[in-house]
Design a protein around this ligand. Structure first.
Ligand code: LAC
Length: 227
């Protein structure tokens, strides 16, 4: 077991990119998008994350559904796709993303290891309810926490504090799991134990905090949770 993992009480997952495959939003529309499917996937996600940061720094919060739609509109415009593909179809797909295949088993194994399972995400409560239900994992998650409760997005510390407050645990009793490197660094700097699910073989950011453990996909997580 990793140093410090014996005291863990909860396993808290980021949602988008970690439990849910954001590339699956564009997948049903590939025939309409052709070669622009991949650039759309990347630009949409990049702008979505950038817009959350902009809103946080500028102090002008809007919920994650609005930010996701704004990011999509920018990406469709930038790629010359406005009017060429169904915006509403793409937004519907984002609301019902597929979970990565290993997710249900990993949630079950985290529970068997005695941990509370939770999600801590920028997504709105409605988006998270819809996504967990569509992916049939809602019953495997004990607590769903949305940044909407604090009106600011990650990596603001108020969002990580929400988990401490709602779970009633110390920072070092929480294991936070994210695929997003910037989220990993922030959660670690906040005081959580952190696993980086580094699906795309990214290099570490030059930011405060560090992953306690780096894995390639979530199927490697259960082994780290048992002695
Ligand atoms: C989330 C984004 C950051 O679920 O992936 O909060």
């Amino acid at each position: 077991m990793i140093d410090g993992f014996a005291d863990l009480k909860a396993c808290v997952f980021d949602a988008y990119g970690t439990l849910f495959d954001t590339t699956s939003a564009v997948a049903p529309h590939v025939s309409a998008l052709g070669a622009k499917a991949e650039p759309l996937t990347t630009l949409w996600r990049d702008k979505q994350v950038q817009y959350t940061w902009w809103r946080g720094l500028h102090g002008t919060h809007a919920d994650f559904l609005r930010v996701t739609g704004d990011a999509l509109d920018h990406a469709l415009d930038a790629l010359g796709l406005a009017g060429e593909v169904s915006r509403e179809g793409l937004m519907d797909s984002f609301r019902t993303l597929r979970a990565y295949p290993e997710v249900p088993e990993v949630l079950r194994r985290a529970r068997s290891a005695g941990l509370v399972t939770a999600v801590l995400s920028n997504g709105t409560p409605d988006m998270l309810a819809q996504a967990t239900s569509a992916a049939e994992i809602a019953d495997l998650i004990d607590v769903v926490l949305s940044a909407e409760s604090v009106g600011v997005f990650k990596p603001h510390p108020a969002v990580y504090h929400l988990a401490v407050e709602k779970l009633g645990l110390g920072r070092d009793e929480i294991l936070f799991v994210s695929s997003n490197a910037w989220d990993v660094h922030a959660a670690s700097d906040f005081g959580f134990r952190v696993v980086w699910c580094n699906r795309n073989a990214g290099r570490p950011e030059r930011l405060p905090g560090r992953a306690d453990l780096e894995i390639r996909d979530l199927s490697e997580l259960p082994a780290a949770l048992v002695a």
